[in-house]
Design a protein around this ligand. Structure first.
Ligand code: Z5A
Length: 234
């Protein structure tokens, strides 16, 4: 694994189920591509490379669940190592903007705060997995757990015959712990994280995200007003 300092821009999207991450990554990618100049790469976790997508399929089927949150965290970490080495670091070394749907904060929230795994263990795993790589900006899409689950269910109804995946099937209290965990991450790392209110419609959420990106990196969205944040650092 290379430890070269990346030259690109690494932006991660986090939040609970159905928060609108995929929707907003597609919109931000289109906006950034329309600016020209920089390559824009969109990716996701678990997944992003062929081997990591194999892990994704198993993880979302719940293969690791019977072994407990530590084994599950190890599987997410194995997928992440392949993703970081095979896709993220090379893209950043080329100077690309990388937009990633979930990253290490999801392990902190899902396997840590909601799953009960010791945060010190997760921090150690993060250290060896990421070797210093960290997002330049993390957008945390926040909405009440019930609202996000309802959105995920509606999306599922559009052709997901298998029903909820391993995480969607967790109790509401699990999803409420997740929400609190993401907000706590934002509070602990205000320089990296911005909380975006994900309750309004997609256009309003998109506008808040553009403002947050422009505030963080004005060079990426030169036409965008970066003042008067509609979102807020926690
Ligand atoms: N996981 C973990 O446990 N540990 C880890 O380290 C990592 C992940 C990396 C990945 O599943 C699972 O892995 C995840 C955490 C766990 N848990 N689950 N399940 P995934 O990628 O399949 O699921 P997800 O990340 O939660 O994504 P999602 O459910 O697809 O949600 P989303 O991408 O945030 O939302 P969306 O697809 O853009 O929108 C959902 C629906 O809402 C859709 O019909 C949209 O049209 C609609 N939508 C979007 N925005 C809006 C607004 N603003 N208003 C109204 N409706 C909207």
């Amino acid at each position: 694994m290379s430890s070269d300092a990346p030259r690109g821009v690494f932006i991660t999207f986090e939040g609970g189920e159905g928060a609108g991450k995929s929707t907003q990554i597609a919109r931000l990618a289109a906006t950034l591509r329309a600016q020209g100049g920089r390559e824009v790469v969109t990716t996701r976790e678990p997944g992003g490379t062929k081997r990591a997508e194999g892990f994704r399929e198993a993880l979302l089927r719940g293969v690791a669940k019977p072994f407990g949150p530590f084994a599950e965290a190890l599987m997410f970490a194995a997928a992440r190592i392949d993703h970081v080495d095979g896709l993220i670091r090379p893209a950043l070394a080329r100077g690309a903007i990388v937009l990633c749907d979930r990253f290490a904060d999801s392990t902190r929230a899902y396997q840590g705060a909601a799953g009960g795994l010791d945060p010190a263990l997760i921090a150690s795993l993060e250290r060896v997995t990421l070797e210093g790589l960290r997002p330049d900006l993390t957008l945390i899409l926040d909405l009440p757990a019930e609202g996000g689950l309802a959105r995920a269910r509606r999306r599922g109804g559009e052709g997901q015959e298998e029903g909820p995946d391993r995480f969607e099937a967790e109790a509401l209290s699990f999803h409420e712990r997740l929400r609190a965990a993401f907000l706590a991450i934002a509070e602990a790392e205000p320089a990296r994280c911005r909380v975006i209110d994900a309750q309004p419609g997609p256009d309003a959420v998109e506008a808040a995200i553009r403002t947050a990106v422009a505030a963080h990196r004005p060079d990426l969205l030169p036409g965008e007003p970066a003042s008067g944040d509609r979102d807020h650092a926690a």
